[in-house]
Ligand binder design. Structure first.
Ligand code: SF4
Ligand code: SF4
Length: 385
């Protein structure tokens, strides 16, 4: 089998955030200290080698970039300052662009201007949409969102958006699995996928592998962002009829408590990550790609405008509530429709997905190996026949 070598690979990955990988002299320290690197899938040194040798195909087929949670331990211990943790992150950005068949992800990662323009265009379209499509009869006495934008209409828009996002994300996820499993994807019987499915959900919601890393705070912060984000998504997309009510729920009502949890979790997680990136307080925060900033800023602004709306509703200020609602959706919708399928958020989907398919593959290969006759049983079979 021929191996293609691409001398321009490292240069190409620079725009995805790769910096010092050429300094690596393959001592193996990083793999030795990585708490997540295991026998069958050692990393990150292997990926540093692929980068230096220009082995693009090997990188495309590698699950390892998604097994790294970017704790930064390897970068701190690297004697050459080759920053293997950031190299793994740059590879993940590159892979996200490769999985995306629309080409948007590549444009997002390679052009800051494109990302900003795309966000502004979507925001303007949302603003215009809300100004055109409303009841035309707002309640100016009391803050009643449903008098301007009825929840049934918002729910319809939500469902259309969720369907488009799911299609984009799932089609890109399919390409991700196809790169990694190749033809084995269809050879593995369905029962193996079914048996491990629960693990996919648990890994997605808990990010539990991260807890093996030394810096538990990183795991905690991402857990907050992840659970806060998932709760908010559930409330505003799946349960909008219950969430967007004109009568405010009592303080201890479950819906209100879920809203408070998601707000507090995202606000704390995002603020921690933003401050960390500004101060460059630890290894994973030392090199920030523009897309890292954009996701955190949009998420923080979405949360803050959501808090302001809650207060203006409590104060029963209609004008401020309606104006903030428009601003809130002008931030939240671009964050959802652009970041989920094409940028930073997609990592949250690919990582548990790759862990899942690797478990499925391992189970399948183990079962296959246990069915292959050993030399002894082969000779027994021959003796019988
Ligand atoms: S990245 Fe650093 S620690 Fe890892 S093999 Fe290269 S030189 Fe050694
Ligand atoms: S950043 Fe952490 S998880 Fe990722 S390769 Fe380095 S040590 Fe391993």
């Amino acid at each position: 089998m021929s191996i293609k070598v691409d001398p321009g690979l490292m240069k190409e990955l620079e725009v995805f955030g790769l910096k010092d990988a050429k300094k690596c002299f393959h001592c193996g320290n990083c793999t030795a200290v990585c708490p997540l690197s295991e026998g069958k899938t050692p990393f990150p040194r292997k990926l540093m080698k692929y980068l230096q040798l220009g082995l693009r195909d090997k990188i495309l087929k590698s699950p390892e970039p998604w097994l790294c949670y970017y704790c930064g331990t390897c970068s701190e211990k690297c004697p050459r300052g080759a920053d293997p943790g950031e190299a793994m992150m740059a590879i993940r950005r590159y892979l996200t662009a490769q999985y995306d068949w629309t080409g948007f992800a590549r444009r997002f990662y390679t052009s800051e201007r494109f990302e900003i323009v795309a966000i502004v265009i979507v925001a303007i379209l949302v603003g215009i949409g809300l100004l055109i499509f409303n009841t035309g009869n707002p309640d100016w006495e009391h803050a009643r969102l449903n008098s301007v934008w009825p929840k049934e209409k918002i729910e319809l828009a939500d469902l259309i958006m969720a369907a488009v996002l799911s299609f984009l994300l799932l089609s890109n996820a399919y390409r991700c699995i196809k790169f990694i499993l190749g033809d084995m994807l269809w050879r593995i019987p369905f029962k193996y996928y079914k048996a491990e499915f629960k693990e996919l959900i648990v890994t997605f919601l808990t990010q539990k592998r991260w807890s093996k890393c030394e810096d538990k705070m990183q795991w905690f912060v991402h857990l907050l962002i992840m659970t806060g984000y998932s709760t908010a998504f559930l409330l505003v997309v799946g349960m909008i009829r219950l969430f967007q009510r004109d009568d405010i729920y009592p303080l201890l009502h479950p819906i209100r408590l879920l809203g408070y949890y998601s707000t507090a979790a995202i606000l704390y997680g995002c603020t921690y990550a933003l401050v960390g990136r500004i101060r460059k307080s630890k290894s994973p925060y030392k090199n920030s790609h523009p897309t890292d900033w954009m996701f955190l800023i949009l998420l923080e602004l979405t949360t803050l405008t959501g808090i302001f709306i809650h207060f203006t509703r409590l104060l029963d200020w209609p004008m401020a509530t309606y104006a903030l609602y428009v601003i809130h959706l002008m931030v939240a919708v671009p964050m959802l429709v652009l970041e989920v399928p094409f940028a930073k958020w997609a990592h949250l989907a690919y990582r548990p997905l790759v862990l899942y398919v690797m478990r499925v593959k391992d189970r399948y290969l183990e079962a296959e190996a246990s069915e292959v006759p050993t030399d002894e049983t082969e000779s027994e079979i021959k003796a019988v026949t």
